[in-house]
Design a protein around this ligand. Structure first.
Ligand code: SAM
Length: 256
């Protein structure tokens, strides 16, 4: 029976890979790889004789929904041939990554072995590099476009992390980046909760160990003109202090 395992290779080349993920890559019959950098894919190619890049499915003008379905189909085709397939995705394979969850779901329904191994995600790097502990005041993560498309409840007393800001507002799922006007709408929405003078951090963890991370502070009213790359994640610190829940505090004080 064929199998599929999704492993994370982390963000920074060579230094984030777990021993277990490495074993899976080395022992698989077929390895599919999707990394943000061609050099990282080259590095994975050195670990197995049959490594296939998933980048070929990304085509200009093609909806990412189609691209992801094609990737899932290509992976499942090998599983159905009885192969032990490993998919090595950058970061954590299950964090802001649709193909892994959907493929595992399909494989399990169809009676194949399927699992996921965690990896170091951009989120993990962000906590380390920005010195943020999500436990201090809480921390919410949103995909930036989804954040615009739907009414979400923003908690200004917690951290807010926005992913995929480089393509914020892309309804077509085809764009590789969106423009100033899309970003202005993000600023408009955020300004309903945060003052325009509020400082946000634009964060990019390094893909290569020789590079430094990008930690750039901008005011909310500067965000639309800032450089937002495919790898940019925005961290927004709280703008308000906690408000005590007096009713709950009273109820708790009645307990022994
Ligand atoms: N699975 C990945 C992970 O675990 O980090 C996330 C993939 S998601 C499709 C792509 C988004 O992740 C980017 O738009 C950005 O928000 C974030 N991201 C990817 N690489 C990053 C990096 N080097 N530094 C900061 N954020 C990054």
């Amino acid at each position: 029976v064929g199998s599929v395992v999704f492993v994370g290779i982390g963000i920074t080349l060579g230094v984030h890979l777990t021993q277990r993920a490495k074993n899976y890559i080395e022992q698989a019959d077929v390895v599919f790889v999707a990394a943000a950098d061609a050099l990282v894919e080259k590095w994975v190619e050195g670990m197995n004789t049959d490594v296939r890049s998933l980048q070929v499915y990304y085509q200009e003008g093609v909806s990412r929904k189609v691209t992801y379905a094609q990737m899932q189909q290509a992976i499942m085709a090998e599983v159905k041939l009885g192969k032990n397939v490993c998919c090595a995705l950058y970061g954590h394979p299950g964090v802001f990554a649709l193909v892994s969850h959907k493929t595992i779901h399909q494989a399990l329904i169809e009676g194949y072995h399927a699992s996921m191994e965690p990896g170091i995600s951009a989120e993990d790097c962000l906590y380390a590099d920005l010195g943020i502990d999500p436990g201090t005041v809480g921390c919410a993560h949103f995909e930036a476009s989804q954040f615009l498309f739907y009414k979400r409840v923003i908690d200004p007393t917690a951290y807010l992390i926005l992913w995929q800001v480089g393509i914020v507002g892309d309804k077509s799922y085809k764009k590789l980046s969106t423009g100033h006007q899309h970003r202005e709408l993000l600023v408009k929405l955020l300004s309903e909760t945060y003052p325009l003078s509020h400082t946000l951090t634009l964060y990019e963890a390094p893909t290569l160990p020789v590079n430094k991370c990008r930690i750039e502070e901008v005011r909310l009213d500067e965000l639309a003109s800032a450089i937002l790359n495919p790898a940019t994640t925005i961290a927004i610190p709280p703008a308000q202090a906690f408000i005590e829940n007096k009713e709950m505090t009273k109820l708790l004080s009645n307990l022994c």
